[in-house]
Each structure stands twice: as C-alpha cells, then as structure tokens.
Design a protein around this ligand. Structure first.
Ligand code: NAD
Length: 290
C-alpha cells in the first residue's frame, strides 16, 4: 500500500519503519525528526499524503492533529483513510472524522497502548473508533504495527476506551504506591505486602505487572531507577483528557480528579518530569501525611 506517515517521533518512527520493513511504500513527514529506516521523507504533510491510500498520524495532541488534518484532508483521494494513532481528546477525533467524511474519505481513531517497546516490536494494542469498512482497509497495517485490535464502535470511541482505561491505570497506580508507602511505615515488608495483595482483592496490573516497588514482582521501571516506561507527564496528559471528556458529558470522576492532581503536582512542582509514572512511590515514602 502507499502510505503517508505524519509524526515520526518516539512512537511514529518505529511504527513507520515496521510498515516499510513489511514492504509498504511509506512516505513520512515530521518537522523535526529524521527519517526512519525504509521511509522516504516529504517536504510537507500534504506532499506526503498526496496519493496515499492510508494517511497515518502519530502526533502530540488534538490541536496539532486538527491542524495536520486541515492540511492533508484536502489532498486525500476519495476512499482513502485517515488513521490517527495519537492519543487526543474525543472531540478532536470526531471533528477530524467529520472533516474526512466531507471529502468522501474515511477516518479511524486508533490510539495505542504498549508504549515505545510495543511500537518497536510491532505488538501495540489498537483501540479503534470508526466504521467496519474503514477498519477493513486499515487492518492489514494495524496487524503489522500491533498484536491486537479492538473495534470499540463509531468515531471517537477508540479515544474514549483509551482514556477510560488510563484513568483506571492512573488511579490504581497512585493508590498502589500509597499502599506500599503505608506498608513501609507500618513495618510491613514490601515482599510480604506484594505476596498478599497480588493474590488477594488488592490485585491489579499496576501491582502484579508493573510493581512500583523495586525488587518486588516482575522487572519494571522501578527496578531501573524509575526511567520510563510510561512517563508521569504522559499519565498527566491522559488523565487530563479523561476529565475533559467527563466534564463534557457531566460524568463524575472524583478519583480521576485526585489522580490528576497528584500527577500534576508531581510533574510540575516536584521532580516528576521524565520519571516513570510509578515513581509516585518514592515520593509518598519521603512524605508525611498531607
Ligand atoms: P513525540 O513527541 O516523540 O512525537 C511526536 C512527533 O510529532 C514529533 O517528532 C514532532 O516533531 C511531530 N510533530 C509535531 N507537530 C507536527 C506537525 N504539525 N507535523 C508533523 N509532525 C509534527 O511523541 P510520542 O511519544 O511519539 O507520542 C505520540 C502520540 O502517541 C501522543 O499522542 C502520545 O500521547 C501517544 N502515546 C505515546 C506513548 C509513549 O509511550 N510514548 C504510548 C501510547 C500513546
């Protein structure tokens, strides 16, 4: 397939390289990043998108996505598909889908989980919003870039799934860190706390797959001095998107709101920028009760 790939950063670069390695004709554009292996660089997003059957975007936020869509949709051919893999707000995903539809083009929002490691290994999970027909066109590419694709419903629903999942993740990680800090102060050994909670009702992915306590459970960023992994500022971004969506539909998010407050403080007022999101644990152990 002839593919355009806009946004060749930490995630986009290995994803585009995997498509090229699988034999697709990939033209990329990024105002800052170099060309991934096998990808030809264009001078603009519109130049990359001209004549492409699928235009993939992997960009920082919804505002940038809307700007890029305004550039590329006018040059896209009817029947081609705009496949956005960025994590953006639900409204931007739906607005971009409408923009594409007005030109007779398809659009899918397909945010990912799996991080940079998953992007390089081609094992990302895609959460997709859009029509069956558009998904059929993009499926071959999603199968190269990822290991699993879940069709979540119409446009915007991929983003909805992503932010709901990450709101659960942010809140469970924060409370798991808080529980380890409390265990320390109660004189409870971390391994004992893990052995109990990982096989009891306190069990979660944050505890058993990504344990915030170094040396406990399987290897995780906590064992590597909290190098990300999944950076605290990305969790802050995703919680912000979840709360923005919740406000728009008047849905209560008391725990999501508190998790965002904790991550914002950690990133903006403490040393959280660039650290893994599980580094809330050393932050809590060094504190008294707020
Ligand atoms: P990144 O900052 O490394 O890459 C974004 C790229 O977009 C940059 O290279 C930037 O130069 C480029 N860009 C910005 N504006 C542009 C424009 N107008 N035209 C062309 N290129 C432009 O970010 P990333 O880590 O690759 O993340 C990309 C998206 O994936 C984000 O929405 C992020 O939330 C999401 N995501 C990231 C991870 C992760 O672990 N990094 C995991 C899941 C989802």
């Amino acid at each position: 397939m002839k593919i355009a790939f806009i946004g060749l950063g930490n995630m986009g670069s290995p994803m585009a390289a995997n498509l090229a390695a699988a034999g697709h004709d990939v033209t990329g554009y990024d105002m800052a990043a170099p060309a991934p292996e096998g990808v030809t660089l264009a001078g603009s997003a519109a130049e990359a998108a001209a004549g492409a059957q699928v235009v993939i975007t992997m960009l920082p936020n919804g505002q940038i996505l809307r700007g890029v869509a305004q550039e590329v949709v006018p040059v896209m051919e009817a029947g081609s598909v705009l496949l956005d893999c960025s994590t953006v707000d639900v409204d931007s995903a739906r607005a971009v889908a409408e923009m594409a539809a007005s030109r007779g083009c398809g659009a899918l929002d397909a945010p990912v989980s799996g991080g940079i490691g998953g992007a390089a290994a081609g094992t990302l999970t895609f959460m997709v919003g859009g029509t069956d027909d558009d998904l059929k066109i993009a499926m071959e590419l999603l199968e190269i870039m990822g290991g699993r694709t879940v069709h979540c419903g119409p446009s915007g629903n991929g983003q909805a799934a992503k932010i709901c999942n990450n709101m659960i993740l942010g809140a469970t990680m924060a409370v798991t860190c808080e529980a380890f800090a409390l265990a320390d102060k109660l004189g409870l050994d971390r391994q004992a706390m893990y052995d109990v909670a990982s096989t009891s009702s306190g069990q979660s992915w944050s505890l058993t797959t990504y344990c915030p306590a170094p040396g406990v459970g399987p290897e995780a960023p906590s064992d590597n001095d909290y190098q990300p992994g999944f950076a605290a500022e990305l969790m802050q971004k995703d919680l912000g998107l979840a709360l923005q969506a919740a406000e728009a539909v008047d849905s209560p998010t008391p725990l999501g709101t508190e998790a965002l407050r904790q991550y914002t403080q950690f990133v903006e007022e403490e040393d959280g920028q660039g650290r893994d999101f599980s580094a809330l644990l050393p932050r809590f152990t060094s504190r008294g009760r707020d």
